[in-house]
Design a binder for this molecule. Structure first.
Ligand SMILES: NC(=O)c1ccc[n+]([C@@H]2O[C@H](COP(=O)([O-])OP(=O)(O)OC[C@H]3O[C@@H](n4cnc5c(N)ncnc54)[C@H](OP(=O)(O)O)[C@@H]3O)[C@@H](O)[C@H]2O)c1
Length: 260
């Protein structure tokens, strides 16, 4: 079995790649950090390969897919995990940042779904595509336009591509993480004093998640254990989405920095 996991040089993507390798899959780890990516692949052993790719560039996405196809002769699993955000009030958000985040969070998963989907159709073995969305696909915090719009779009890409690809035995599902203490989450919470504690205190399980807990769910969605599951978005958030309201609206002083 061959897999591509994007954004696998650290954080959630690396944990998913680790979990797939431990289930004896061959995995391409994709990301921009060449040294880090090679180190990660070496640590995972001979079934892991790093391919450098800037997912905001169509040509690099095409090269990534072609190289994974050449390596494995098939691709059975795709995890669209790489993601980023630009925090700014909608009044100040530069269109260049809006477009950059769209390219990474939404256009790249679309292109990969198309390119990898064609390989899966060619091979006639079905497949599993997993999109990493966010609780931010459904609820918002101030200054989060780029993130919320793209993650909500990715949730809908999940459903619409599940509809198109079901006839080929290709399942498409999304995982919406709550708070996992990766670099992305820490850079996001560090600009808002008290946000980390607020997140924990509004999570019914009373803690943030461990990346391995997210990887276990991805492994389930990639495996035959979920063979009748498609078009779903599974919230892995310690129960936080049950709360209404989830977060207090921050005081202006908490997010004024995002305008820089
Ligand atoms: N952590 C959380 O609490 C949380 C919550 C909800 C949703 N999520 C989602 O989970 C996913 C992973 O998040 P994370 O917390 O693990 O983030 P992270 O630790 O910041 O890792 C992000 C990964 O994406 C890659 N990446 C970023 N820009 C890229 C680009 N232009 N081209 C290729 N790769 C790129 C990075 O690799 P390079 O820098 O090497 O390119 C890195 O491997 C994201 O989609 C995020 O929105 C996370």
């Amino acid at each position: 079995m061959g897999a591509i996991v994007t954004g696998a040089t650290r954080g959630i993507g690396l944990a998913i790649a680790q979990s797939f390798v431990s289930e004896r899959a061959s995995v391409v780890l994709a990301g921009r950090s060449i040294e880090e990516g090679r180190k990660c692949a070496d640590a995972l052993g001979p079934n892991a390969h790093f391919i450098s790719c800037d997912l905001t560039r169509k040509k690099e996405i095409e090269a990534l897919t072609a190289e994974a196809d050449r390596l494995f002769g098939r691709i059975d699993m795709l995890v669209n995990n790489a993601g980023d955000l630009h925090r700014a009030s909608v009044l100040d958000l530069p269109v260049e940042e809006y477009e950059r985040i769209h390219k990474l969070n939404l256009t790249a998963p679309f292109l990969l779904t198309q390119l990898v989907g064609r390989i899966m159709v060619r091979e006639r073995r079905g497949g599993s595509i997993i999109n990493i969305t966010s609780t931010g696909a459904a609820v918002c915090r101030p200054g989060g336009t780029t993130y919320h719009v793209t993650k909500a779009g990715l949730a809908m890409l999940t459903r619409s591509s599940a509809l198109d690809l079901g006839q080929y035995g290709i399942r498409v599902n999304a995982i919406a993480p709550g708070a996992f203490e990766t670099g992305l989450m820490l850079s996001s919470t560090s600009t808002t004093p008290g946000l980390r504690d607020q997140l924990v205190s509004t999570t019914p399980l009373g803690r943030n998640g461990q990346v391995e807990e997210l990887a276990d769910v991805a492994t389930f969605l990639a495996s035959r254990d979920s063979s009748y599951v498609t078009g779903q978005q599974l919230f892995v958030d310690g129960g936080r989405m049950m709360l209404n309201p989830g977060l207090k609206v921050p005081e202006v002083a908490d997010w004024v920095d995002f305008r820089r």
